[in-house]
Design a protein. Structure first.
Length: 188
Protein backbone atom coordinates (compact mmCIF):
# COMPACT_ATOMS: atom_id res chain seq x y z
CA UNK A 1 0.00 0.00 0.00
CA UNK A 2 3.02 2.24 -0.12
CA UNK A 3 4.80 4.26 2.53
CA UNK A 4 2.30 4.95 5.33
CA UNK A 5 4.14 8.15 6.28
CA UNK A 6 3.69 9.59 2.79
CA UNK A 7 0.19 11.03 2.25
CA UNK A 8 -1.72 10.04 -0.87
CA UNK A 9 -2.22 12.51 -3.68
CA UNK A 10 -5.77 13.87 -3.77
CA UNK A 11 -6.76 11.79 -6.81
CA UNK A 12 -5.23 8.63 -5.30
CA UNK A 13 -7.07 9.27 -2.02
CA UNK A 14 -10.35 9.71 -3.93
CA UNK A 15 -9.74 6.49 -5.86
CA UNK A 16 -8.94 4.60 -2.65
CA UNK A 17 -12.14 5.88 -1.03
CA UNK A 18 -14.14 5.00 -4.17
CA UNK A 19 -12.71 1.48 -4.12
CA UNK A 20 -13.61 1.04 -0.42
CA UNK A 21 -17.15 2.36 -0.95
CA UNK A 22 -17.71 0.23 -4.06
CA UNK A 23 -16.22 -2.88 -2.45
CA UNK A 24 -18.34 -2.39 0.66
CA UNK A 25 -21.55 -1.94 -1.34
CA UNK A 26 -20.73 -4.95 -3.50
CA UNK A 27 -19.80 -7.20 -0.57
CA UNK A 28 -22.88 -6.04 1.35
CA UNK A 29 -25.19 -6.92 -1.52
CA UNK A 30 -23.53 -10.08 -2.80
CA UNK A 31 -21.11 -11.40 -0.20
CA UNK A 32 -17.35 -11.64 -0.30
CA UNK A 33 -16.90 -13.84 -3.36
CA UNK A 34 -17.13 -10.99 -5.89
CA UNK A 35 -13.87 -10.73 -7.89
CA UNK A 36 -11.67 -7.64 -7.71
CA UNK A 37 -12.08 -7.10 -11.46
CA UNK A 38 -15.84 -6.75 -10.94
CA UNK A 39 -15.34 -4.25 -8.12
CA UNK A 40 -12.99 -2.26 -10.39
CA UNK A 41 -15.57 -2.31 -13.18
CA UNK A 42 -18.32 -1.08 -10.85
CA UNK A 43 -16.06 1.67 -9.52
CA UNK A 44 -15.19 2.74 -13.06
CA UNK A 45 -11.50 2.08 -12.41
CA UNK A 46 -8.90 -0.30 -13.73
CA UNK A 47 -8.01 -3.34 -11.64
CA UNK A 48 -4.47 -1.95 -11.41
CA UNK A 49 -5.79 1.00 -9.41
CA UNK A 50 -7.25 -1.37 -6.85
CA UNK A 51 -4.08 -3.45 -6.70
CA UNK A 52 -1.97 -0.30 -6.12
CA UNK A 53 -3.94 0.36 -2.93
CA UNK A 54 -4.74 -3.23 -1.99
CA UNK A 55 -2.17 -5.72 -3.32
CA UNK A 56 -4.39 -8.74 -2.56
CA UNK A 57 -8.08 -9.44 -2.22
CA UNK A 58 -7.45 -10.16 1.47
CA UNK A 59 -5.93 -6.68 1.86
CA UNK A 60 -9.09 -5.20 0.31
CA UNK A 61 -11.30 -7.37 2.55
CA UNK A 62 -9.32 -6.31 5.60
CA UNK A 63 -9.64 -2.60 4.79
CA UNK A 64 -13.38 -2.85 4.10
CA UNK A 65 -14.00 -5.01 7.17
CA UNK A 66 -11.95 -2.81 9.47
CA UNK A 67 -13.77 0.28 8.22
CA UNK A 68 -17.23 -1.31 8.61
CA UNK A 69 -16.54 -2.85 12.02
CA UNK A 70 -15.18 0.49 13.23
CA UNK A 71 -18.49 2.09 12.18
CA UNK A 72 -20.38 -0.62 14.08
CA UNK A 73 -18.22 -0.23 17.19
CA UNK A 74 -18.79 3.52 17.09
CA UNK A 75 -22.56 3.01 16.77
CA UNK A 76 -22.53 0.47 19.61
CA UNK A 77 -20.52 2.81 21.82
CA UNK A 78 -23.08 5.54 21.10
CA UNK A 79 -25.82 3.19 22.32
CA UNK A 80 -23.80 2.38 25.43
CA UNK A 81 -23.08 6.04 26.18
CA UNK A 82 -26.65 7.22 25.49
CA UNK A 83 -27.64 6.84 29.13
CA UNK A 84 -29.58 3.57 28.79
CA UNK A 85 -26.94 0.87 29.33
CA UNK A 86 -29.64 -1.53 30.50
CA UNK A 87 -31.14 -1.59 27.00
CA UNK A 88 -28.02 -0.90 24.90
CA UNK A 89 -27.21 -4.60 24.44
CA UNK A 90 -30.68 -5.37 23.12
CA UNK A 91 -30.64 -2.34 20.82
CA UNK A 92 -27.23 -3.37 19.51
CA UNK A 93 -28.30 -6.96 18.78
CA UNK A 94 -31.46 -5.68 17.09
CA UNK A 95 -29.43 -3.24 14.97
CA UNK A 96 -26.89 -5.93 14.04
CA UNK A 97 -29.65 -8.29 12.93
CA UNK A 98 -32.14 -5.94 11.33
CA UNK A 99 -30.55 -2.60 10.47
CA UNK A 100 -27.03 -3.67 9.53
CA UNK A 101 -26.90 -7.42 9.14
CA UNK A 102 -29.93 -8.04 6.95
CA UNK A 103 -28.73 -5.86 4.10
CA UNK A 104 -25.06 -6.62 4.52
CA UNK A 105 -24.13 -10.14 3.39
CA UNK A 106 -20.41 -9.37 3.67
CA UNK A 107 -20.78 -8.28 7.29
CA UNK A 108 -22.84 -11.37 8.06
CA UNK A 109 -20.14 -13.60 6.58
CA UNK A 110 -17.44 -11.79 8.56
CA UNK A 111 -19.24 -11.87 11.92
CA UNK A 112 -20.17 -15.51 11.38
CA UNK A 113 -16.62 -16.42 10.39
CA UNK A 114 -18.02 -17.93 7.20
CA UNK A 115 -14.75 -18.94 5.54
CA UNK A 116 -13.03 -15.88 6.99
CA UNK A 117 -10.70 -15.77 9.97
CA UNK A 118 -11.54 -12.29 11.18
CA UNK A 119 -8.96 -12.49 13.96
CA UNK A 120 -6.27 -13.08 11.32
CA UNK A 121 -7.65 -10.72 8.68
CA UNK A 122 -8.43 -7.72 10.90
CA UNK A 123 -7.33 -8.55 14.46
CA UNK A 124 -7.79 -5.03 15.83
CA UNK A 125 -11.33 -4.80 14.44
CA UNK A 126 -12.30 -8.18 15.91
CA UNK A 127 -10.84 -7.22 19.30
CA UNK A 128 -12.71 -3.90 19.30
CA UNK A 129 -15.97 -5.59 18.34
CA UNK A 130 -15.65 -8.24 21.07
CA UNK A 131 -14.59 -5.63 23.62
CA UNK A 132 -17.63 -3.50 22.83
CA UNK A 133 -19.90 -6.53 22.97
CA UNK A 134 -18.41 -7.38 26.37
CA UNK A 135 -19.05 -3.85 27.63
CA UNK A 136 -22.63 -3.92 26.37
CA UNK A 137 -23.21 -7.31 28.01
CA UNK A 138 -21.63 -6.28 31.31
CA UNK A 139 -23.68 -3.08 31.45
CA UNK A 140 -26.92 -4.98 30.80
CA UNK A 141 -26.03 -7.65 33.37
CA UNK A 142 -25.11 -5.05 35.98
CA UNK A 143 -28.40 -3.26 35.32
CA UNK A 144 -30.21 -6.56 35.84
CA UNK A 145 -31.73 -6.66 32.35
CA UNK A 146 -29.62 -9.42 30.77
CA UNK A 147 -29.22 -12.99 31.95
CA UNK A 148 -26.24 -13.19 34.29
CA UNK A 149 -25.03 -16.45 32.71
CA UNK A 150 -24.76 -15.06 29.16
CA UNK A 151 -21.20 -14.84 27.80
CA UNK A 152 -19.65 -12.68 25.08
CA UNK A 153 -19.14 -15.72 22.80
CA UNK A 154 -22.80 -16.65 23.25
CA UNK A 155 -23.89 -13.06 22.55
CA UNK A 156 -21.84 -13.07 19.33
CA UNK A 157 -23.38 -16.42 18.35
CA UNK A 158 -26.84 -14.96 19.00
CA UNK A 159 -26.05 -12.02 16.71
CA UNK A 160 -24.96 -14.44 13.99
CA UNK A 161 -28.15 -16.45 14.47
CA UNK A 162 -30.33 -13.36 14.33
CA UNK A 163 -28.60 -12.23 11.13
CA UNK A 164 -29.19 -15.66 9.61
CA UNK A 165 -32.87 -15.55 10.55
CA UNK A 166 -33.19 -12.09 9.02
CA UNK A 167 -31.45 -13.24 5.81
CA UNK A 168 -33.10 -16.63 5.35
CA UNK A 169 -36.60 -16.25 6.78
CA UNK A 170 -37.43 -12.53 6.66
CA UNK A 171 -41.17 -13.21 6.86
CA UNK A 172 -40.84 -14.38 10.50
CA UNK A 173 -37.57 -12.66 11.42
CA UNK A 174 -39.05 -9.88 13.55
CA UNK A 175 -40.99 -12.35 15.68
CA UNK A 176 -38.05 -14.76 16.03
CA UNK A 177 -35.63 -11.97 16.95
CA UNK A 178 -38.10 -10.64 19.53
CA UNK A 179 -38.38 -14.14 21.03
CA UNK A 180 -34.58 -14.45 21.16
CA UNK A 181 -34.17 -11.05 22.81
CA UNK A 182 -36.90 -11.90 25.32
CA UNK A 183 -35.01 -15.08 26.19
CA UNK A 184 -31.86 -13.06 26.87
CA UNK A 185 -33.54 -10.90 29.45
CA UNK A 186 -32.96 -11.59 33.13
CA UNK A 187 -35.85 -13.19 34.95
CA UNK A 188 -37.71 -10.59 37.07
Amino acid sequence: MGDPAKPLRADAARNRELVLETAYATFAAEGLSVPIDEIARRAGLGAGTIYRHFPTKNALFAAVIEHRLQQIVTAGRTLLDAGEPAEALFGFIQAMAVDWGAADQGLHQVIAGDGIDLDELAPAAEAQFLSLLGELLTAAQQAGTARPDLTVREAKAIIVGCQAVQSHTPDVADRVITLILTGLRAKP
